[in-house]
Design a protein around this ligand. Structure first.
Ligand code: ZN
Length: 468
């Protein structure tokens, strides 16, 4: 599909480079996003391109929908044939800068190197709208029919999509019966095949604070008598997680893993092999949490984990005096099995942390954001065949199926609203692409092939028996 290659090279890559320059951070990271106007700037740029490209497509519409004070949403409607709607999803808000970018690279500085476009947001998830429209235009050029397609690009995903349910509600009548959801905001195990995300983990965060007294004490005077709140914190963390193995000790956070998912994890582990660990760039001699690749896949997709992501209460080592700290606090981030209710998981952890505090220390666990994960419904035979054929045609290899460790809040919401819908969850976030971290990149050749594969699947959806 020449049109896809050409559109990527001549239009999409230059536009995404401009988009990298816009610090369109998600509201959680830029509470003044409305006044700053960066999100609106990105929206305007996306919409301008979409309108130009779709100007000649009969009945197509591109609009910016705005509800109250919420982040805007781009809604694109491309009429098609037959009953039902395909919903294609992506987002344009970004993660914050993060430190550690390599020499010559930076979050708001587009750089093309070895077929990769570096910069914040290009892979997560700026490319999505461009890829979706280009896939449809390629079908039109070839004269291939497709079902009606609606594209939704939100601007609040990196903040947990709080605005999105309101838009889905507001647009529900116009969306009609969604029978296929194509989400372009996920990961890829490698760049050699089409990857499908079979599940997403849930999550919740919380702040654990431990306090023993009102003021710091001379450590020479008080140690051995007054309990250390830092030690109390260590005891509490160990209650929840075994620090030797990383295994979460709260039984309520585990679920039995479905047999089919265990099998797929084994197949994915076989494809990926050493790359599973290599992409994380561990120091020489540092070992992963298991030497069994399949267990590593299951650890990051179906088992709960806890990571300490923030800490307060101790001074910087350079300025530290001999003081027993009065209190400490840690922010904890939990990832949960796809099928586990996040609210009850958070409540279970709160109970374990707050009961029977060591030395009677004052302990409080304040629960923050929580979102339940998602496990894909059984795939319809037509879609499984279509995905296999698309991967073979565009990549020359069969597809890979794997759960993702991250979360896309929207998927659970859609699964509940359209229980009969099928899901194609995929994306360009392959090894090294490092969304959320430094040196984020978009693998351009992979993005082109993915665009072509999506076009094939949309085309197959036209002829698919909807009730198969
Ligand atoms: Zn994303």
């Amino acid at each position: 599909m020449r049109l896809i290659d050409r559109t990527w090279d001549e239009e999409i890559v230059p536009l995404l480079a401009d988009y990298v320059r816009i610090p369109a951070k998600s509201p959680d990271f830029d509470p003044d996003w409305a006044a700053h106007g960066y999100i609106d700037q990105a929206v305007a740029m996306f919409v301008a391109w979409a309108k130009t490209k779709l100007a000649a497509v009969a009945g197509a519409s591109v609009e910016i929908v705005r509800l109250d004070e919420r982040t805007p949403l781009i809604f694109i409607d491309i009429p098609g044939e037959g009953a039902g709607t395909i919903l294609l999803y992506g987002h344009l808000d970004k993660q914050p800068e993060m430190t550690g970018w390599s020499e010559g690279l930076g979050p708001w500085q587009p750089v093309i190197r070895d077929g990769k476009l570096y910069g914040r947001g290009c892979a997560d998830d700026g490319y999505a709208m461009f890829g979706a429209i280009t896939a449809l235009l390629a079908l039109k050029q070839e004269g291939k029919p497709h079902p009606r397609c609606a594209i939704m690009i939100e601007a609040c995903e990196e903040s947990g999509s709080p605005d999105l349910p309101h838009y889905v509600e507001a647009l529900a009548d116009r969306l009609g019966e969604v029978f296929l959801v194509v989400c372009l905001d996920s990961g890829a195990g490698d760049y050699d095949r089409l990857w499908l995300t079979t599940s997403l983990r849930g999550l919740f965060s919380g702040t654990l604070s431990v306090s023993g007294m009102a003021n710091g004490l001379h450590s020479g005077d008080a140690s051995g008598v007054a309990p250390s709140s830092f030690d109390g914190l260590r005891v509490l963390l160990n209650r929840v997680e075994d620090p030797q193995t990383g295994k979460v000790r709260v039984d309520d956070l585990h679920v039995p893993i479905p047999e089919a998912r265990v099998k797929q994890a084994g197949a994915a582990a076989e494809i990926l092999g050493a790359a599973l660990v290599k992409r994380f760039g561990l120091h020489a001699g540092v070992r992963p949490l298991s030497d069994q690749p399949r267990e590593l896949v299951l650890n990051r997709t179906w088992r709960p984990t806890m990571v300490t992501i923030g800490f307060a209460g101790l001074p910087d080592p350079k300025g530290a005096g001999n003081v027993l700290e009065p209190g400490v606090a840690a922010k904890l981030s939990f990832r949960l099995p796809p099928t586990l209710d996040a609210g009850s998981a958070a409540a279970a952890v709160k109970q374990v942390l707050e009961q029977d505090p060591p030395h009677g220390l004052r302990v409080k666990f304040e629960i923050g954001d929580a979102a339940t994960g998602w496990d894909a419904p059984a795939m319809a035979p037509w879609l499984e065949r279509s995905i296999a054929a698309a991967s073979q045609a565009e990549f020359g290899a069969p597809p890979g199926y794997m759960g993702e460790g991250g979360s896309i809040p929207f998927m659970g919401m859609l699964g509940a609203r359209y229980p009969k819908a099928q899901f194609v969850i995929t994306g360009v976030l392959g090894p090294g692409s490092n969304a959320h971290g430094p040196d984020e990149f978009l693998h351009i050749p992979f993005a082109k092939k993915l665009t072509a594969a999506i076009a094939r699947i949309i085309s197959d959806a036209h002829a698919a028996p909807r009730d198969e």
